[in-house]
Design a protein around this ligand. Sequence first.
Ligand code: NAP
Ligand code: ZN
Ligand code: ZN
Length: 346
Amino acid sequence: MHARAYATYAKDKPLEPFIVERRAVGSRDVALDILFSGICHSDIHQARSEWGPARYPMVPGHEIVGRVTQVGAQVTRLKVGDVVGVGCMVDSCRTCRSCTGGDEQFCEQSPAWTYNSTEMDRVTPTFGGYATHVVVTEHFVVKVPDGLELSTVAPLLCAGITTYTPLKEWGCTKGTRVGVVGLGGLGHMAVKLAAAMGAEVTVLSTSAKKEADARRLGAANFALSTDRGAMKKLSRGLDLIIDAVSATHDLPGLLGLLRPRGGLVMVGAPPDALYVPAFALIGGNKRLAGSSIGNMRDTQEVLDFCGKHGMGADVEVIDAVDINRAYERMLNNDVRYRFVIDAKSF
Ligand code: NAP
Ligand code: ZN
Ligand code: ZN
């Protein structure tokens, strides 16, 4: 099956129209017509080889919403016509301890990532969601709940699950004091999700002009992370910080905002190393952790949670021809709060 797509051929080249040949639908596969595809900052990091040498040509995109057009003979959960989502993984070994324990993202053989990766045969390259169609094994396809505007659902497949997982894992609940650093695609979902869980959310941002948005999204407090006085007032005030910044930034200052035994979870993945002196962690038994997307069970759970709360991402829908401009706008911190490509425009 031919899919119209957008690809880049090198780290310093713009994306351009491309044709992907998708595999024939196997017995456990589901074929989708893609409706919307979100643009994650990870797409930029990888398209530009910022995390190490990438595979080219690359069709990025791991926030996919589509409609099922065909199912294999052994597919049981999904049927033609269902509206579904695909995130960062399209397969895993399914037999290792992580996979059988329900954490496919930690597959000991490494999952087949949606793009910039290979299928589990380790030969066939994977191509992502900036395209009109995709074929994915059923286990890695989740159902989209009714009632949400579909363009706003796409970002839940990465930005949503990536911020939901640490909130859940760290016990975010009514009254938890959660800091969210970096109000971008991930950050704005962290604010919405934490607020919906009942947390008291503080946004820590470098952009004063985002304060009104932060409050509209559900934050009770807002502080400019460049304002030393404001940061000092928050000192030792937060139970949990979700750090969703895409570039190098000051971690010791953020760790100082944690209460004793509080934790800072890195979900942002800046290409360069960050500086952490031991004493920023020792005083107050601070915990510094990371979190990688989330497993398939939690991906379904966050979609259902958002369905129940009538909550999608804040999106700006664009046409495929505007992908390169959207990348530049994201790098200029000009996104409110996720670009989503209308797949009709490929
Ligand atoms: P984004 O929409 O571009 O948002 C990044 C935000 O970081 C910006 O809105 C900005 O917020 C802040 N920021 C940017 N440059 C900064 C700088 N130099 N100093 C301080 N703050 C800065 O990006 P995104 O799509 O949310 O992705 C964020 C990061 O998460 C990326 O590194 C991405 O690769 C990573 N990610 C990780 C996972 C995972 O599994 N862990 C999954 C998806 C994405 P303010 O204006 O509020 O300061
Ligand atoms: Zn992503
Ligand atoms: Zn595995």
